[in-house]
Write a protein that binds this ligand. Structure first.
Ligand code: MG
Ligand code: ZN
Length: 215
């Protein structure tokens, strides 16, 4: 009985995700779903991306949090195209939440939508939002064991970002161990190492985004 309910929820989500995907495709919008634990640097990476690419691409942002408009306020300083979703305690975004947020964005104007999922390495990866790519951000201060402890998000992501590499020198983060574990879980996926604080490696990320853009 319980399993049947969960299957229905996921089926309903999948159907809505396909509707989102069609809308995004019809409008040639690249959609990125950013996944990470709280504090790994999703919002900072979004801000750096808007600052760098705004002369080339119009970027919309959907901010998912259980409460507050704190991150959306930060992003509003750089673009008007931002919508906050408050999940009211739910620990992930689903496709219906994204569909109602998208209604408030001028989709025909946008080239890229970045979705900042709720900070949580566990369940957000299980919900298709209709995005083109899932991207997991792990940061040096979280430790090198995240791929070992939370495999699904590393397996299902299309790109792995290691953020806050400026902290490498003062931490005992084992880069070789992290990369080995990631490549065991997800041999196809690229790892981009960067620091939003110092700017190291950001060009690799900007080029990745531009390379995936549809127009
Ligand atoms: Mg954030
Ligand atoms: Zn959840």
């Amino acid at each position: 009985m319980k399993i049947e309910v969960i299957e229905n929820v996921l089926k309903y989500n999948k159907d809505q995700a396909e509707k989102n995907r069609k809308l995004f495709k019809d409008n040639n919008i690249l959609v990125l779903n950013l996944l990470s634990s709280p504090g790994a640097g999703k919002t900072s990476l979004i801000i750096e991306t808007i600052k760098k690419l705004k002369s080339k691409k119009i970027i919309g942002v959907i901010e998912g949090d259980i409460s507050s408009t704190y991150d959306a306020e930060k992003i509003k300083k750089f673009t008007e195209n931002v919508i906050q979703i408050n999940t009211g305690g739910t620990c992930h975004l689903n496709a219906s939440m994204v569909a109602s947020a998208v209604e408030k964005l001028k989709v025909s104007d946008l080239d890229i939508i970045i979705i900042e999922n709720v900070g949580n390495l566990i369940c957000p990866v299980g919900f298709d939002l209709g995005e083109d790519y899932k991207i997991v951000i792990s940061s040096v201060n979280e430790g090198d064991d995240k791929p070992v402890k939370y495999p699904p998000v590393f397996i299902k992501s299309d790109l792995i970002i290691l953020n806050k590499v400026d902290l490498m020198e003062i931490s005992d983060f084992n880069q070789a161990f992290f990369e080995k574990k990631v490549s065991e879980l997800n041999p196809q996926s690229e790892i981009i190492k960067l620091s939003c604080k110092t700017g190291t490696g950001l060009d690799g990320w900007f080029n990745w985004v531009l390379g995936k853009s549809k127009i």
